[in-house]
Ligand binder design. Structure first.
Ligand code: SF4
Ligand code: SF4
Length: 298
C-alpha cells in the first residue's frame, strides 16, 4: 500500500547533509523514539502546532483568530487537545512564532521544487538528501522522488535510522539511491530499547544487508549523546560492529542542545535534558576510540 507522508520541510542550500550543496526533504514520522531526538517535529507522522515563544511580540493576534479559543501568546499554556490544527494562528502570526508542521505534498510538486536547484547540485557535487523522520517508512513515495532525481542525473542520499522493512525498501527505494548515511546509536539491545524505544536487531540486520548488497556508498554515523552513546564502552562496541561488517569509516555527530527548545515548542515532555554543547576534547576522545579500532573517524 502506498502511503502519502507529511513533509516537515524542504530545506534548500544545505551544506550539512552530504557533499556539496543539497536540498533536504524532511519526512514526518519515525519508528524510533530516541530521547535526544534532534528533529522532534519529525517524530510523529501527524501534523503538529509548533510554538516559538522567544519570537512572540505579544500582539495576541493568534488569540483573536483562533476558532477554538486555544491559542495563547508567548509561553502561556494552551489546551492542545482542543486544537483543530487549522493553522490559522500560524498564518496570521506576524512574528513567525507559530508554525503548523506537516504538509502533504504530491510527488510531482516535490520533484519540481527539488529540480529548481539542479544547477547548484551539479556545480557543487551536491544533490538531494532524504531525511526525517524516516523516509524508509514511505518507500514508494520516497522511491518515486529518488527515481525522478536520478533520472535527471541528481545524486540521491538517504539518511536513515536503519529500522525499516527490508523487502519494501529494497524494491522501491534502494535501486534509486547513491549513498546511505546509516545511524547507529547503542550497541547494547537493552540500552537501545530504553533510549530509542526499540531494540537494535533489525537495524544491525539491515546494515549487514546493505553491506552485502554493495550497491550504494554506505557511511555509518554515531550521534554523540552525553551520558548515553558517548561512553568508551559503547563506541568500542559500535566500532567493532562496523569493522565486523567490513566497513572502514564512521562519522561521529557531536551533540548540540538546540533540539530542547523545539521539543518544548511542540508541547512534548523532555525525557532527557542536557543543555551544554559538547566540548572539542570530548569529541576528540570519541574519535580516538574509533581510530583505535582502525576506523577512519570524523
Ligand atoms: S500572533 Fe504570534 S506574535 Fe502575536 S501573540 Fe500570537 S504568537 Fe505572539
Ligand atoms: S491551529 Fe487553529 S485551532 Fe489550533 S491554536 Fe491555531 S488557530 Fe487555534
Amino acid at each position: 500500500m502506498s502511503v502519502t507522508p507529511l513533509v516537515v520541510d524542504l530545506k534548500r542550500g544545505s551544506l550539512d547533509d552530504g557533499t556539496g550543496i543539497r536540498s533536504v526533504l524532511f519526512f514526518k514520522g519515525c519508528p524510533l523514539r530516541c530521547v535526544w531526538c534532534h528533529n522532534p517535529e519529525a517524530i510523529s507522522p501527524k501534523a503538529q502546532l509548533q510554538r516559538n515563544p522567544e519570537a512572540c511580540v505579544g500582539c495576541r493576534t493568534c488569540e483573536q483568530v483562533c476558532p477554538r479559543g486555544v491559542a495563547r501568546s508567548g509561553a502561556h499554556p494552551e489546551e492542545r487537545s482542543d486544537c483543530l490544527l487549522c493553522g490559522l494562528c500560524a498564518r496570521r502570526c506576524p512574528a513567525g512564532a507559530r508554525r503548523l508542521v506537516g504538509q502533504a505534498l504530491p510527488v510531482d510538486e516535490v520533484v519540481a521544487q527539488l529540480l529548481e536547484d539542479e544547477p547548484f547540485y551539479r556545480r557543487s557535487g551536491g544533490g538531494v538528501t532524504l531525511s526525517g523522520g524516516e523516509p524508509t517508512q514511505y518507500p514508494v513515495f520516497s522511491g518515486q522522488i529518488a527515481a525522478a532525481m536520478r533520472g535527471h542525473g541528481v545524486h540521491v542520499l538517504l539518511e536513515t535510522c536503519g529500522h525499516f522493512a527490508w523487502r519494501a525498501f529494497a524494491e522501491h527505494l534502494l535501486p534509486h539511491l547513491d549513498t546511505v548515511y546509516f545511524d547507529l546509536k547503542l550497541a547494547d539491545p537493552d540500552a537501545h530499547r530504553t533510549y530509542c524505544g526499540r531494540d537494535n536487531a533489525l537495524i544491525h540486520e539491515n546494515l549487514q544487508r546493505l553491506v552485502e548488497d554493495a550497491r550504494v556508498e554506505l557511511l555509518p554515523r554515531v550521534p554523540l549523546i552525553p551520558g548515553i552513546t558517548d561512553s568508551q564502552e559503547n563506541l568500542k562496541a559500535l566500532g567493532e560492529l562496523i569493522r565486523r561488517v567490513g566497513l572502514e569509516r564512521v562519522s561521529l555527530m557531536p551533540y548540540n542542545p538546540l533540539w530542547l527548545s523545539k521539543r518544548r515548542g511542540l508541547g512534548m515532555e523532555l525525557p532527557y535534558e542536557h543543555a551544554e554543547w559538547m566540548s572539542a576534547e570530548t569529541v576528540a576522545a570519541c574519535e580516538d576510540a574509533m581510530r583505535g579500532l582502525g576506523l577512519t573517524a570524523g
